[in-house]
Design a protein. Structure first.
Ligand SMILES: Nc1ncnc2c1ncn2[C@@H]1O[C@H](COP(=O)(O)OP(=O)(O)OP(=O)(O)O)[C@@H](O)[C@H]1O
Ligand code: NI
Length: 365
């Protein structure tokens, strides 16, 4: 695709543990286009963060055993550390859930944003100053420029009174403002792709909505691609153009948000939607999905969701599950896709349409 920025193809990422090999990502494929917000959603432990860490190979990324990650046509899977460093400095930025851990408590917020501007814009002369151990303040003009840019960035992420706020320390900021500051740090390098791993999870819903709106606006202004990781399907519904539903290290379903979330085809997507607190009335209790996610140790044969799926047959428990494109761009990895999901009937691997007894939406009542 012409404007595809990121492509993840059949990614397998493993960790070695005392219990055995953890198949954290177990054959995931998806893409992010320029100017598009893609939501990566799924329960805890399904491999969302490891996928993100594999893309930029930061913070204990695990072992990529097979598959391919390409960014803007370049193969990142086999890139050396110098190339990756350049990609992280110029092309891809990541923000995490807890800005407490990323912001340094002893420096003013403005300085920390300016520092990332300086690293990005410094070029070779700054590299030499760094090498010689010349403190940044010695290169006054460069630092002043970076400070000005930091204030601009704070303005762009809608931090009020950016000039005054720049002098404040992280503890003087509210959680939401700290997250906005992190966003400013991430934007300092003018990335083409922003990966946001649960950026609003720790925040109250109003603050959360404000930041998600901001990400929306920034995407529009900068035409960046965004990979928004969340376990909250409501956040994805509010913010994203496309959604990738992950489970057991694999992609269960992906496609345009309005299709996937209004006419979900995969039983797992349906279960996630039923459990979303936003779909319930005031007095209804939040139900949780029955059973627990599969153990990632050793991987699994067949569909990872089979053990919790009420439609599962013996065919679901072995071999590769074929991915069916039910509508353009809407893909489902399920051989028992319910017939009442308004799509065309799913044709199984054998080429024979299956006789599926459609449940009434798979309600867990
Ligand atoms: N450093 C590691 N060593 C061993 N296993 C790991 C490591 N990091 C992650 N895992 C395992 O990989 C799997 C996927 O974890 P991941 O953090 O990607 O989940 P997630 O979808 O981001 O969940 P959450 O919503 O809780 O953040 C889990 O089974 C996890 O225990
Ligand atoms: Ni995570």
């Amino acid at each position: 695709m012409m404007n595809e920025l990121l492509r993840v193809e059949d990614l397998h990422t493993h960790f070695d543990s005392d219990q055995g090999t953890v198949h954290a990502v177990d054959g995931a494929s998806f893409g992010v286009n320029r100017g598009e917000i893609v939501g990566l959603v799924g329960e805890s432990g399904c491999g969302k963060s490891v996928t993100a860490r594999s893309i930029i190979r930061l913070e204990d990324p695990g072992r990529i055993v097979s598959g391919r990650i390409s960014f803007d046509g370049r193969d990142l899977t086999r890139a050396d550390e110098a190339t990756l460093r350049r990609v992280r400095g110029e092309d891809i930025s990541i923000v995490f859930q807890d800005p407490h851990e990323t912001l340094n408590p002893v420096f003013p917020i403005g300085d920390q944003i300016a520092e990332s501007v300086r690293i990005h814009d410094g070029g070779s002369s700054q590299g030499l100053l760094d090498f010689l151990g010349v403190p940044p303040f010695r290169n006054r003009t460069a630092w002043n420029r970076a400070e000005d840019r930091a204030v601009e960035l704070m303005e762009q992420v809608a931090i009020p009174d950016p000039n005054g706020s720049a002098a404040e320390y992280p503890h003087e900021f509210s959680g939401g403002m700290r997250q906005r500051a992190m966003l400013a740090v991430a934007l300092a390098s003018d990335p083409n792709l922003l990966i946001a791993d649960e950026p609003t999870t720790a925040l109250d819903t109003t603050t959360q909505a404000g930041i998600l709106r901001q990400i929306w606006t920034l995407r529009d202004q900068r035409d960046m691609g965004v990979l928004l990781i969340s376990h909250d399907i409501g956040v994805v519904a509010q913010t994203c153009d496309r959604v990738v539903v992950m489970y057991g290290g694999q992609v269960m379903e992906s496609g345009p948000v309005d299709e996937v979330l209004t006419a979900p085809k995969h039983p797992y997507t349906r279960a996630l939607l039923e459990c979303s607190p936003r779909n319930l009335g005031r007095d209804e209790r939040v139900s949780t999905l029955e059973g627990s996610p599969p153990d990632a140790v050793g991987g699994h044969d067949g569909c990872p969701f089979a053990d919790r799926c009420r439609l599962a047959t013996s065919d679901c428990r072995s071999g590769d599950i074929p991915v069916v494109e039910s509508d353009p761009g809407h893909r489902v990895a399920c051989i028992e896709t319910p017939a009442d999901s308004r799509g065309t009937p799913t044709v199984a691997a054998s080429g024979q349409p299956r006789n599926v007894v459609a449940p009434d939406g798979g309600d867990e009542k």
